[in-house]
Design a protein around this ligand. Structure first.
Ligand code: HPA
Length: 277
């Protein structure tokens, strides 16, 4: 067994000691999604520091705990707080929790994030269901020895976000009266925001929104054979000719508004999964 597989098993075993459920869905909560965590019927809340081999969260706006329970009747594990590459973690550390959630039994990973909007049709606090992504982080969590028991050496990425799930989420948003776009997410390392020239370039590359997370986790989820749903909240508009200095407090406020919408959408989507959706 590889060291990675041994570490995953140890982490999963520590979680199982505190919660004996089998989750169907794993949820990574990005900025602004505290409200969604509250909607989970919580059986156990495990701080990351209690899970062997889990890195500890450093960003203030992220809580750093694993919530085990159910959402809309579906057994779930939710990460309240994620690990970012810009915090100095390796790609393997950033994605370790996805491996652990897979070991616990999840079949579907739902990832959320705050992102900068580059599509001029988008507005602040809009949601965008992620249809595809571009990895511009200059690194990859799968570099290094491949453990065939975890996934293939050369994983396919022709449908990194499960089309059926994106369509279900988009349709559900419509039913709830929540405006949701569909589009391409591009990942950069951060932590600085982009220059006008960079936003211009990222848009030219084919992206609708830009963010500093998600892509590593989604690569590993695909490697692990999980189905994936991704959703971004547009927290700031990044139109090169109208760019304003970044105000992190404002981004967090907008994230909260978008988060409220996502907190209605995700439970509805998860509820439909239990009906075979
Ligand atoms: N760029 C990168 N990441 C982000 C942005 C942005 O403009 N907004 C929120 N996350």
């Amino acid at each position: 067994m590889t060291q990675l597989a041994a570490d995953i098993n140890e982490a999963a075993a520590a979680i199982r000691e505190k919660w004996n459920g089998t989750p169907r869905v794993g949820l990574i909560l990005g900025t602004g999604l505290g409200g969604l965590a509250e909607q989970i019927q919580q059986d156990a809340v495990i701080h990351y520091s209690e899970i062997p081999h889990f890195p500890e969260s450093t960003v203030e706006s992220h809580a750093g705990q694993l919530i085990c329970g159910s959402l809309s009747g579906v057994p779930i594990v939710a990460m309240e707080g994620r690990f970012h590459f810009y915090e100095g973690y390796t790609m393997q550390q950033v994605t370790f929790p996805v491996r652990v959630m897979k070991a616990l039994g999840i079949e579907i990973l739902i990832v959320t994030n705050a992102a900068g909007g580059m599509n001029p049709e988008f507005q602040l606090a809009d949601l965008m269901i992620i249809d595809d992504h571009i990895n511009l982080m200059g690194d990859n969590p799968l570099i290094g020895e491949n453990d065939e028991s975890l996934g293939p050496r050369f994983p396919d990425m022709s449908e990194p976000y499960t089309r059926k799930l994106s369509t279900l989420a988009h349709k559900t948003a419509g039913e709830l009266g929540i405006a949701a776009h569909r589009g391409v997410f591009i990942a950069v390392t951060g932590p600085n925001l982009e220059t006008r020239a960079e936003y211009s370039m990222l848009r030219t590359l084919g992206a609708d929104v830009v963010g500093m997370s998600t892509v590593p986790e989604v690569i590993v989820a695909n490697h692990a054979g999980l189905r994936v749903l991704g959703c971004s909240i547009v927290t700031d508009m990044c139109l090169p000719n109208e760019l304003e200095p970044v105000d992190i407090a404002k981004i967090l406020a907008v994230a909260a508004t978008g988060g409220e919408r996502l907190s209605r959408l995700i439970p509805a989507v998860v509820g439909k999964l239990s009906q075979g959706g």
